[in-house]
Design a protein around this ligand. Structure first.
Ligand SMILES: *Cc1c(COP(=O)(O)O)cnc(C)c1O
Length: 413
């Protein structure tokens, strides 16, 4: 431990000074498997010149340069570098962190759009993204047009106007799991100098590599599979190098930042993501095939099933499937469809399936999809939709649990 300052005449510090000074330094030779976790608002400098130089480098968004906690610490830089390598898949990419996946989306939209611009958004987009476009962006003078996610790139090209700046994709779509022709749309957008962005929540990081498909930016809700433990919220935007500066400036101007503890939790989740996602895939497919055989179910919306309408696109572009999908319940026209009480009987009281939104953790979840207000181009015309997240439990237990749910549903008239 550091000795007291040699040039100080006072050898005994008062308590007040000791409280502040002690326990801040430890010169250690001990090496650990994980990085220490940095918690910081204040960053200290040796000289004023260094302070100024670091502030300028941080403003330029240079790697590893920080003069203040909001810019970053070794913990957040380490996570950003990992995201750049993994999501960027060998291409020249930069990553920024946000305190939630939704804030990654909103920061990105604010970074690249301005008053008078036009934005194309898939009709199957995550609900809160739609709310932000319809409210905040509309107030700022940005106009949004929604398009059918199953549209061909040639038809989507007809939606491009002189002011169109961006196409916002999500594949598969939230709740309804349509697969988009992302490579085709990106090639078309490039010809018009329109930026392409994808929300890569479902397939990231194992099963979808959107920079190989040609996107300019990818949004990662790290809250989901990257964390994998349902105990931390975070998001990231990964962009091609040429798009980095507008994003970084917006991150700085909005004051978007994350803490070291949360970043360390995402790094910890990342260590096991390969084994976790493969198990989510395997378990998910097992339950999906089982559901397809159930008399109560009219369809299972899972891109990995041959019955999925865009299964061939999924097979062409994806490397696997995660544990999130929906199924559609049969309705008997004689009985005027299912009642809310019947759907509640299916979902409530399950032993392993929790009722909850934020999927991607180790645990299974069930939730009825309420997409009435979430579609403007393609209203959902099927039966009641139930979304499942299949966790890491034994699939036999999950099947028994769902079987009980179907029995409970049948008992409600
Ligand atoms: C959950 C989710 C988000 C938002 O992530 P949060 O960290 O919960 O804000 C964004 N997009 C999709 C598709 C999601 O499922």
């Amino acid at each position: 431990m550091e000795k007291g300052k040699q040039n100080s005449k006072r050898t005994q510090h008062s308590n007040a000074t000791s409280f502040v000074e002690l326990g801040r330094k430890w010169n250690s030779e001990i090496r650990t498997a994980n990085l220490p976790i940095y918690r910081a608002s204040t960053v200290l400098f040796e000289t004023l010149d260094q302070a100024h130089a670091l502030a300028e480098a941080a403003d330029r968004g240079e790697k590893g340069a920080s003069h203040y906690g909001t810019i970053g610490t070794p913990t957040t830089f380490a996570l950003r570098e990992a995201l750049e390598h993994i999501e960027g898949a060998g291409q020249d990419c930069r990553a920024a962190l946000m305190p939630s996946g939704l804030m990654a989306i909103t920061t990105l939209l604010l970074a690249y759009l301005k008053s008078g611009d036009h934005l194309l958004v898939t009709d199957s987009v995550y609900g809160p993204t739609r709310v932000f476009c319809n409210n905040m962006l509309s107030r700022l003078g940005v106009k949004t047009t929604y398009y059918d996610p199953t549209i061909t790139p040639e038809k989507l090209e007809m939606f491009i106007q002189p002011g169109t700046r961006m196409i916002f994709l999500e594949s598969p779509g939230s709740y309804t799991f349509e697969i988009q022709d992302v490579p085709g749309i990106c090639a078309m957008a490039q010809r018009h100098n329109v930026m392409t962005v994808i929300d890569n929540a479902w397939g990231s990081p194992l099963f979808a590599k959107p920079f190989d498909w040609g996107v300019d930016a990818s949004v990662l809700p790290l809250t989901k599979y990257w964390s994998g433990h349902a105990d931390v919220l975070m998001g990231a935007v990964v962009v091609r190098e040429e798009h980095w500066l507008p994003l970084w400036r917006t991150v700085r101007e909005l004051g978007v930042s994350v803490g070291g503890d949360d970043a360390a939790l995402i790094l910890r989740g990342m260590r096991t993501i390969d084994v976790r996602m493969k198990r989510h895939q395997q378990n998910g497919l097992e339950i999906a095939y089982w559901l397809e055989q159930r008399p109560e179910v009219s369809s299972v919306l899972h891109p990995g099933l041959p019955s999925h309408p865009q299964h061939s696109l999924w097979k062409r572009d994806f490397k696997g499937s995660s544990g999130l999908f929906s199924f559609e319940l049969k309705t008997d026209p004689e009985k005027k469809g299912l009642t809310l009480r019947q759907i509640a009987a299916l979902c409530e009281g399950r032993r392993y399936f929790g009722i909850g939104y934020s999927w991607g953790g180790f645990e299974s979840l069930i939730f009825p999809a309420q997409i009435g207000s979430l579609r403007s181009v393609m209203p959902w015309r099927g039966g009641p939709l139930i979304r499942l997240h299949i966790g890491l439990e034994d699939p036999a237990d999950l099947i028994a649990d769902l079987e009980e749910g179907f029995s409970a549903m049948a008992c409600v008239s």
